[in-house]
Design a binder for this molecule. Sequence first.
Ligand code: GLU
Length: 337
Amino acid sequence: MVLGEGRFQISDFSKTPHPAPPHADVVRGQKKTRLAPSPTGALHLGNARTFLINWALARQRGWRILLRIEDLDGPRIKEGAAVQAAQDLAWLGLDWDEGPCYQRADLAPYHQALAQLRNAGLVYPCQCTRKMVAAALSAPHGDEHELRYPGTCRGRALAADAPGTAWRLKTADESVVFVDEYTGPHASNPHREVGDFVVATKEGLPAYQLAVVVDDARQGVTDIVRGDDLLPSTARQLLLYRALGLTPVPHYWHVPLVLGPDGRRLAKRHGDTRVAWYRDHGVPFERMVGLAAAWSGVPGPRRAMEIGVFLAEFKLERLPRTPITFTEEDHLWLLQK
Ligand code: GLU
């Protein structure tokens, strides 16, 4: 299939990146979700399945879909990966109603949010080592080790505008309670898990936790569907909604991940599991969708299918509650002629 042909119009990607839509795009009462790839590498089979679930939920329930490229997320952003991620999504058959918007295209909303937190005395400057601060830039995914910040700079009279100053949100020793639409009730205590966490880095960029909250709020995102490795981030994000006085908070839907045979989150260590690798090896998109369907509780024998069939057959109630393991048989099934 030729990219951009038929249903999918992806020619927009050659244009200059445009910033996030303004508030005017937020329609009262309209539910909205976002597909938020981080161009830190190409989309792999696990991400693809989460995006397919997100997309199908949205299309089944009439939510608008925004494509937001999270190009602040991580020091590992790769040239061309944003376009590639969107092309991979379009190739699989996903579409969206708004975007792509790029976080990096306009940093002003994040700076405003930081200024608001500073004025309210809810954050403090921190000059701890680069390593402790750098860890906060990316979205923390499940099996990455997170350090608990002991609060070293809290209460220190540091010059706020000295170069190399990061900003941390003051956390209280309290439990944050929320009900996930898929996994049910949760209680967690960010103060004990990670301590005062970074909201802006030494480089003057918003950290993942701040960027995602600022964007979801101003873009009118009501429903966030993502891998459950980001479940621990939710309480931190809710603290930021509160600190910034943002309402209403979105609904969260955390779905189980696809793991490698070693039980760890699917990643480079498991070989080349990129959607693009399979496409380049002649695997049709229907097979990729078929594998995602088999991994998502779509009944019947494993078979190649178009995204429209996935949409008709996918039911959240049938989504396996436990993680899926990507096996050698799955790989061989994809490559079958
Ligand atoms: N861009 C983030 C990631 O890929 C997703 C963040 C989110 O869904 O909140 O890790």
